[in-house]
Design a protein around this ligand. Structure first.
Ligand code: PAF
Length: 289
């Protein structure tokens, strides 16, 4: 297994599930396998996951697959950014050991009809606004975990609800892997990095830092504001901009993802928001307590 600074470093790329399974099994015999699942259109947020995986594991595998089953809106799936060549170059420069870029047929040789039960965790926030989204995420993630059998899988904290649900999935399925959530990487003006940011035009890009600014200010207001007032303040502050259409602002217990009424209701409290800028949907979150 070569490191990126070794003269013989090369990143193995495969489209085949069988090949991926075989190589991961060989590498996993003597090495810890770090896995970073992505949908491509890579940015510094993804690269920070790759870097963390390389620090914590012997062999880092990245997947790129725009998973159709997690898109409830076919238009959203169609316009999701796809930047394959740039992605491959970035991962090679980052020093990833292996890249898995399967086709839809490789991941779903037969349609996946599995239905997962996450109780109330997927009935709120993203789950409420994007019906079926987390079922699709669970389908693809279990499939990828089954092929790669990683020691540790790395996810971004920007998708806060997704990480909580995948944690629940791993517990339900009694998988022995570890999960690591890595901090959100932000642009110079606070905007959370997201593949969807590339879809914003200049005017929209100038407006969206308001989302992160509102979250940071909300954190400062915790000491002198009650939960319901703060939630309304966040909602109204973002919604006051006619170009930004807020879908939700929720203050939740980080373990159950259920809304809280008072600061004492949970030890770890997270503020999560989703905002539409025309047809582009952005999410962000911050720990309040
Ligand atoms: O977070 C993402 O990019 C996707 O939801 C994931 C985990 C790669 C599954 O398609």
């Amino acid at each position: 297994m070569y490191h990126k600074y070794d003269a013989n470093y090369t990143m193995i790329i495969t489209n085949s599930t069988e090949h991926m399974r075989e190589l991961a099994a060989i590498a996993g015999k003597h090495k810890t396998l770090g896995f970073v699942p992505t949908m491509g259109a890579l940015h510094q947020g993804h690269l920070s996951l790759v870097k963390t995986s390389m620090e914590q594991c012997d062999f880092t595998i990245v997947s790129i697959f725009v998973n159709p089953t997690q898109f409830n809106d076919p238009e959203d799936f169609k316009k999701y950014p796809r930047t394959r060549t740039a992605d491959i170059n970035l991962l090679h420069d980052a020093g990833a050991n292996m890249l898995f870029i399967p086709s839809e047929k490789e991941i779903y040789p037969i349609p996946d009809t599995r239905v997962f039960d996450f109780g109330n965790m997927d009935k709120v926030m993203e789950g409420r606004c994007r019906p079926g989204h987390f079922n699709g995420v669970a389908q693809v993630v279990t499939r990828l975990f089954n092929i790669i059998n990683p020691t540790v899988a790395f996810f971004g904290e920007k998708d806060f609800q997704q990480f909580a649900i995948i944690k629940q999935l791993v517990t339900q399925m009694e998988l022995s892997m570890q999960l690591v959530s890595c901090p959100t990487v932000r642009e110079y003006d606070g905007l959370a990095m997201s593949s969807r940011n590339s879809l914003l035009n200049d005017k929209q890009r100038a407006l969206v830092p308001l989302i992160a600014r509102t979250l940071f200010e909300a954190k400062d207001r915790v000491k002198y504001t009650d939960v319901s007032f703060l939630k309304t303040w966040v909602y109204n502050t973002i919604d006051a901009n006619p170009e930004l259409d807020i879908e939700y602002a929720e203050i939740v217990n980080a373990s159950t993802l259920q809304p809280i009424d008072a600061w004492g209701d949970a030890e770890h409290v997270q503020l999560c928001v989703a905002v539409r800028v025309n047809t582009i949907r952005l999410i962000d979150n911050i720990r309040l307590k």
